[in-house]
Design a protein around this ligand. Sequence first.
Ligand SMILES: C[S@@+](CC[C@H](N)C(=O)[O-])C[C@H]1O[C@@H](n2cnc3c(N)ncnc32)[C@H](O)[C@@H]1O
Length: 230
Amino acid sequence: MTELPKIVTTADGSKTLLDAATGEHYHSLFGATTESQHIFISGGLKPLMSMHNQINILEIGFGTGLNALLSFHSCDGPISLYYEAVDCCPLDPELVMELNYARFLGIAGAELTFKKIQVAPWGEIVAISECFTLFKRMALIEDFIPEPDYYHLIYFDAFSPAVQPNLWSVEVFNRMYASMKHFGVLVTYSSRGVVKQALRQAGFVVERLTGPPGKRHMLRATKLSNLNNA
Ligand SMILES: C[S@@+](CC[C@H](N)C(=O)[O-])C[C@H]1O[C@@H](n2cnc3c(N)ncnc32)[C@H](O)[C@@H]1O
């Protein structure tokens, strides 16, 4: 029988899960919500918000849905988000609700938003609000071929390259690249040399940005040309 993920409290007081099979945590132990906010929202979404009215986001590794929740509540003004998230192994929504992200963040309305995100059926496009559309896609990242030239932003949040090196490969990044619009951005928490190299081989221009607490760096990769190897 598969062991259920265990709830763990991280350094900023927010919770995450430990995956027994891989020994990986879903977020940084130095602060789950701090990490997500820093890498995906501040490093990825916020800079794009002044450039587009509609942002198509692809998340690789939906997990708890924390990044979806933070994205929803980061959007102000006349911006609409299409949020597609891929995961092979959906978590039990009841377990995820026990992480209490909405209460921890203290954002008005977040509890209801998070509930809607959790109960949204997999494989269906669901309007969470007028300006936030969610599509949770159950698939293996290694088999997933995203729509070409569609996403402005990718949150690449798979388990680490140490345990899943095949997901951080040039082949996968080629597909990410092909799926992105010109000037599209991919952000990720890993700044390992092999990841940087694979991203560059796929055609991205890669920047190393300051990481969240406990991590010196994170990566932001931008698609500046429409040529790649996919
Ligand atoms: C680091 S966690 C994602 C954390 C998530 N973004 C969050 O905010 O909670 C990695 C996720 O990748 C998923 N995963 C692992 N291997 C996968 C695979 N081969 N294909 C698709 N999803 C996979 C796991 O189920 C897990 O939810």
